[in-house]
Design a protein around this ligand. Structure first.
Ligand SMILES: Nc1ncnc2c1ncn2[C@@H]1O[C@H](COP(=O)(O)OP(=O)(O)OP(=O)(O)O)[C@@H](O)[C@H]1O
Length: 363
C-alpha cells in the first residue's frame, strides 16, 4: 500500500510541529524517518497511523484519502519502543490477540488462529518460547513478539517507532538485519522512526532527514550520505570536522595558512569549512596544497582503516579526526608532524552552501 503525505501541517496548541510536509512512499518500500529529538518524526508516524490528526493537508493510502478513517480501520501495524506486550498473556496469546478481537465475520476460527500463531512464531524464530510470559523474555525477544503481533493481522503497512531503541547495541544490530530480511520476504510497506543514522542507513531503502518539523532531505542512504542537501544534513549525518576559514581574494585562509583558488569568488569573508575525516589527506612534507601543520595525538586501527586524532600545531583549533586506509599505508606514529589537506572541502556561509572543492589538487 502506498502512502502519500501531501502538504501536511500539524500544530500542538499554537506550536507548529510539522511544517507543510510532503512525501510519497511506494508500496513495499521501507522508509526511515531520521532526525534529532523533537524534529517531528513520531508526530508524522502517528498521523499516518491515525493516532493523531493533522491540521491541514491530505493523507492518502493507495490514492484514497484516509484522513477521516479511524486508526483501527487503517490496516496499519504498529510497533513501539517499549514492547507494550500484555504481561498476563503468553507469547502465543499475545501474538494471537489482534486476531481474537477482530469482528466476528473477519475472525478466523480457533484452529486457524493457532496455525497462524505457529507460523508467526517460526518467522520470528521464537517457536520454543510460545508458552513463556513477557517477563521471561529478553528485550530483543519481546520486540520480536511485538513485531509478530503487529504482523498477525496482515497489515498493509507497518509503522515502527524506535523499535530497537531500548536494546543494547549488539541486539539492535541483529534485529535490524532481521527486520530488513523480514521486510524483503513479506514486502509490506514500512515506515520507521529512528534517531540513529547507522540504523537508518542500514535498514531503509530511503531516508527522510527531518529537523524542526521540516524535511531537510529525502534520498537513498548513499545520496544522503554523499550529497547532503544542507548544512544540517551534513553535520547530522556522520562525523565532520569544521574549520573557521576566510575567503580573501583567490585564497582560502585557515589558521594563518592558505590554499590557492583558481579564481576569485564573488563572496569574500568568513566561511565554515567542513571536511569529512575520510576525505582528508596528510603528507609528511608541507606543499602548496598541504599546508596545515598537525601533530598526531592518537592512532588506532579500526577494521579496514586507521583512525587518527591530530592536534593543530601552532594554530588554534580543536583536535581533528582523520581516517586513512589501512591497506598500503605506513601508519603514522603518535607525536609525528604532518601537513593536512582535504579532497572534498565543503564551504558554508551560515546555512548557505558556497561550493565543494578539493584543497589537495592543483586549483
Ligand atoms: N501531545 C503533544 N502535545 C504537545 N506537544 C507535543 C505533543 N507531542 C509532541 N509534541 C511536541 O511536538 C514536537 C515534535 O515531537 P515528536 O515526538 O514528533 O518528535 P520526535 O522527532 O519524534 O522526537 P523524539 O525522537 O524525541 O521522539 C516536539 O516539540 C514535542 O514537544
Amino acid at each position: 500500500m502506498s502512502i502519500e503525505i501531501d502538504h501536511i501541517s500539524k500544530y500542538f496548541d499554537s506550536t507548529k510541529v510539522l511544517n507543510d510536509i510532503s512525501l510519497d512512499i511506494s508500496t513495499g518500500e521501507m522508509v526511515a524517518l531520521l532526525g534529532p529529538s523533537g524534529s517531528g518524526k513520531t508526530t508524522l508516524l502517528r498521523i499516518i497511523a491515525g493516532l493523531e490528526h493533522h491540521n491541514s493537508g491530505y493523507l492518502r493510502f493507495g490514492g484514497r484519502d484516509v484522513s477521516h478513517i479511524h486508526a483501527r480501520d487503517r490496516k496499519v501495524g504498529f510497533v513501539f519502543q517499549h514492547y507494550a506486550l500484555f504481561r498476563h498473556m503468553t507469547v502465543a496469546d499475545n501474538i494471537a490477540f489482534g486476531l481474537t478481537v477482530l469482528p466476528r465475520r473477519e475472525r478466523p476460527n480457533g484452529a486457524a488462529i493457532r496455525q497462524k500463531v505457529v507460523r508467526l512464531l517460526e518467522m520470528v524464530q521464537l517457536g520454543h518460547l510460545a508458552n513463556r510470559y513477557p517477563s521471561q523474555l529478553s528485550g530483543g525477544q519481546k520486540q520480536r513478539v511485538a513485531l509478530a503481533r503487529a504482523l498477525a493481522v496482515e497489515p498493509e503497512m507497518l509503522l515502527l517507532d524506535e523499535p530497537f531503541g531500548a536494546l543494547d547495541a549488539q541486539v539492535r544490530k541483529e534485529l535490524r538485519r532481521w527486520l530488513r530480511q523480514l521486510h524483503d520476504d513479506l514486502k509490506f510497506t514500512s515506515v520507521f522512526v529512528t534517531h540513529d543514522q547507522e540504523e537508518a542507513m542500514e535498514v531503509a531503502d530511503r531516508v527522510v532527514v527531518m529537523s524542526q518539523g521540516n524535511i531537510e532531505q529525502v534520498g537513498t542512504p548513499a545520496e544522503v550520505w554523499r550529497e547532503p542537501a544542507s548544512r544540517f544534513v551534513l553535520e547530522f549525518m556522520g562525523e565532520v570536522n569544521r574549520l573557521d576559514g576566510e575567503i580573501r581574494g583567490s585564497q582560502i585562509h585557515v589558521g594563518g595558512y592558505h590554499w590557492p583558488l583558481s579564481y576569485t569568488p564573488a563572496y569574500q569573508g568568513k566561511i565554515d569549512l567542513f571536511l569529512r575525516p575520510w576525505e582528508m589527506e596528510i603528507s609528511s612534507q608541507p606543499g602548496e596544497h598541504c599546508q596545515l601543520p598537525v601533530v598526531v595525538s592518537d592512532i588506532s586501527p579500526r577494521g579496514h582503516y586507521w583512525q587518527l586524532i591530530v592536534q593543530p600545531a601552532g594554530w588554534h583549533h580543536e583536535p581533528l579526526s582523520v581516517v586513512l586506509p589501512l591497506a598500503g599505508t605506513m601508519p603514522p606514529h603518535r607525536g609525528e608532524r604532518y601537513y593536512l589537506s582535504g579532497r572534498n572541502a565543503r564551504l558554508y556561509v551560515g546555512d548557505k552552501a558556497l561550493q565543494s572543492m578539493a584543497l589537495a589538487e592543483s586549483a
